[in-house]
Design a protein around this ligand. Sequence first.
Ligand code: HAM
Length: 467
Amino acid sequence: MVKAKKIKIAQKKFLAKKIAKPKFKREIKPNLEAKGIKVSKTVPQVLRGFKDILPAEQKYWFLLRDKARIIAKDYGFTRIDLPLLEEASLFTRAVGKETDIVAKEMFSFFDRGNESVSLRPEATASVARAYINHGMLNLPQPVKLYYFGPMFRYDRPQSGRYRQFNQFGFESLGDMHPVLDAQTIIMTYNFFKELGLDVSIQINSIGCPLCRKEYKVQLVNYYKTQKADLCEDCKVRLVKNPMRLLDCKEEKCSAIKEDAPQIVDWLCEECKNHFVRVLEFLDELEISYNLNPHLVRGLDYYSKTVFEIWPAQTGTEIDKKSQNALGGGGRYDYLVEMLGGRPTPAVGASIGIERTILKLKELNIEVPEPEKFDIFVAQLGEAAKRKTLKLYESLRKEGFKIAECFSKDGLKNQLDIANKLAVKYTLILGQKELSEGTILLRDMEGGVQETVNYNKIVKEIKKRLEI
Ligand code: HAM
């Protein structure tokens, strides 16, 4: 015991000596190479189409994550978190081989086990896979799930289009009632409305495989007459996936699309009734929508209802194009079965978070600042630093939001920081207070300072902050 104490004292003395008299000057720019550390000649850059979400931006993310969580709960959705990496074939089968997403935009590679895998370009396919994998058909239907997280598409980056972007999505699986389509649209619409964004709902029905078969014949016949004027991609689409012709964003193809036959004229009785009922539910809630005969969406799994949310036409010309859609979704009654599950009708939607943030910024919509600090603890001198370190821990455990800058010594420096953080109070502990068993309580608004008994400070702060 005595020996251990002696060693401790000796260690302290040794350390004190070391700290007090450094034997060498600290190098300003240490030569790392000389120390055997490799220094890169170039600074690493963030990949094209990817971005850092910096602290200043976080208030938008807090807001949207909260909004997503609350609205999902309101509408009865529970959270699911899905892997970012899946078998590549999941998306090839679900989203469709000939879609732009799969044919041109997937981040796919072979892993070390030679498996072909992809970073998820969207999450509906993963939800359907999880529904099958976890036997969710045995749960009360519909199973309502939501997700919030990053998706990856190797697209040409531009404003509002990234290679990594985030979606808030929600999916109802196991029920075919049109009221679910309407509710999905209403929920999507309300998400934006409640954020203060004016949006327009674009809606269409693309029928079922049965009515689409008839329609495709008409569509191909029409487009064949215009073949010479089509873009190269559309010439391929004409043979491989004619529905995608309506999805082309090329100017010359957009003009041709105007006179193309419209799917609504070819819907079978069941699909027509379903669509009419969806619209009736929207009418009931007096939610206006725009019937858009060219809306087919860029994913193959849809049937019947499809919709997109576009910014209301207050924005730029580019807003009017669907590539700037804030969100989109629809019914996908065959996806679970296509992936090997039981017949499971489903409907869902996803909202683009980055695009929503861009809109909030563009329209100068005020977003609450994340929670601020209540107090700042300042210290003067080594002994006070040690004591405030302890005080900080007890205040934190009491639930206060405390700021500090223990690495700074001067009071002015610390008060400047406290001011910048706009705290209500700063607690100051110096040599004098330490010896008297007190602490200074400074009201940052008026600059008034009071001496408070150190042991009563927590109670006093609680009273002042009405905690
Ligand atoms: P999507 O239309 O491909 O649908 O994407 C939904 C939303 O994600 C878009 O409206 C857009 O706001 C955002 N988004 C898409 N690509 C990008 C990008 N490169 N950069 C930034 N934002 C982007 C789906 O993903 C379906 N899974 C939606 C769904 C859910 N359907 C049924 N359930």
